[in-house]
Design a protein around this ligand. Structure first.
Ligand code: ATP
Length: 355
């Protein structure tokens, strides 16, 4: 990959809004999300079911289906060196097809949905590699065998039908297929929920190894915060369609600032380290046809106080270092002026980059 150096923005999401227009009053599933993914980074997006993670990711990758409509925002994809960033939301279907597989690949929860059940594994690789890389059937199969070997699938499985593979193998085949054209960005939506814990660990280890070798960036969606600590560089916590906290993975886990992040942490057992008591989060995420006023979490928040029910807290930087996290919570109202300035200038840079 000949892209700009590690650490530069690869994807910049700004003020993204997505609604489901299924009834007179739409569901406001994504409500003003700002997020940046840097080159070479694994960004975890976490939140309970119904917080808007999948909606966010299908909108960003332009894979949303009606009644979902992206009503506002931009998603700048910063391509290879020298290329102008493009707003994915404004591309035609034809332009998108050029980006898919070669630059952006998606791995969904269910491998069975991603693999075509009536085509042999070899044919599915040959299709993608033929269309996007111009490989002959024979070369595509050779490449497919290499890719499958990378995820620990023996070459003789190349001729198998998807239903002949175990769940774990199918999921790994999907990951290999996503990596076939060496994309810059791989988006993974709960890629390991359908497999057992041992297989999950194995797949995650393989993803980390492949990422080190191939250098792609990852957006990884899950409801399991403990899992993200193991694999993500940075984490964004979503609640009620909004990002409520971001930060370096370990810091966000050891020192969560948003009460929702703290609650999520208590709700999942740590993958490593000492055991601690698991405490569920009372209640459930709000319906998003009429989201709560003020902070979306206030009806469930043990630390809610007077402004929380009425005033929505802005997502503000927690410090001046480029790696500092952000939080949207009235308990943390005062970032330093310098931090605000940093945030403003970062936003401006992103905006100019997209101009
Ligand atoms: N097709 C749809 N029509 C109407 N509302 C929808 C539709 N799909 C999702 N929603 C609503 O949008 C909101 C966000 O859902 P979304 O699936 O994005 O959340 P999620 O965090 O990804 O949850 P999960 O982990 O269960 O996939 C929820 O309130 C959900 O009920």
């Amino acid at each position: 990959m000949n892209g700009p150096s590690v650490g530069e923005p690869l994807l910049t999401i700004r003020d993204l809004h997505v609604d489901y227009f299924d009834q007179a009053e739409p569901v406001h599933a994504v409500r003003g999300v700002d997020l940046t993914l840097r080159r070479g980074e694994t960004l975890g997006v976490v939140g309970e079911s119904g917080c808007g993670k999948s909606t966010l990711i299908t909108a960003v990758t332009r894979l949303e289906r009606p009644p979902a409509v992206t009503t506002a925002g931009s998603v700048l994809f910063h391509g290879r060196e020298g290329a102008e960033p493009v707003d994915l939301l404004r591309l035609t279907e034809r332009e998108l097809n050029k980006l898919r597989w070669e630059h952006i690949a998606v791995v969904f929860q269910s491998a069975m949905n991603a693999l075509n059940p009536v085509l042999r594994i070899s044919t599915q690789f040959a299709d993608v590699l033929g269309r996007h890389r111009g490989l002959s059937r024979r070369d595509a199969e050779r490449r497919a065998a290499e890719l499958l070997a990378m995820v620990g699938i023996p070459e003789d499985r190349l001729r198998a039908w998807p239903h002949e593979l175990s769940g774990g193998m199918r999921q790994r085949a999907t990951i290999a297929l996503a990596l076939a054209c060496e994309p810059d960005l791989v988006v993974m939506d709960e890629p390991t929920t359908a497999v057992d814990v041992v297989m999950q660990r194995q797949i995650l280890r393989q993803i980390a190894r492949l990422k080190r070798r191939l250098g792609f960036s990852v957006v990884f969606i899950t409801h399991d915060l403990s899992l993200l600590i193991e694999i993500a560089d940075r984490i964004a916590v979503m609640y009620a369609g909004q990002v409520v906290e971001t930060g370096p993975a370990r810091q966000l886990y050891t020192d969560p600032r948003h009460p929702y992040t703290a609650a999520l942490r208590s709700a999942f057992p740590p993958v490593r380290g000492p055991r601690r008591e698991i405490v569920g989060i009372p209640g459930s995420p709000p319906g998003l046809r009429t989201p709560p006023t003020g902070c979306g979490f206030h009806p469930r928040c043990p630390r809610a106080f007077e402004p929380c029910a009425t005033t929505a807290p802005a997502l503000l930087a927690l410090g001046t270092a480029p790696s500092a996290g952000e939080v949207a919570c009235h308990l943390h109202p005062g970032p330093t002026p310098a931090a605000n300035a940093r945030q403003d200038s970062a936003r401006q840079e992103d905006t100019h980059a997209g101009a």
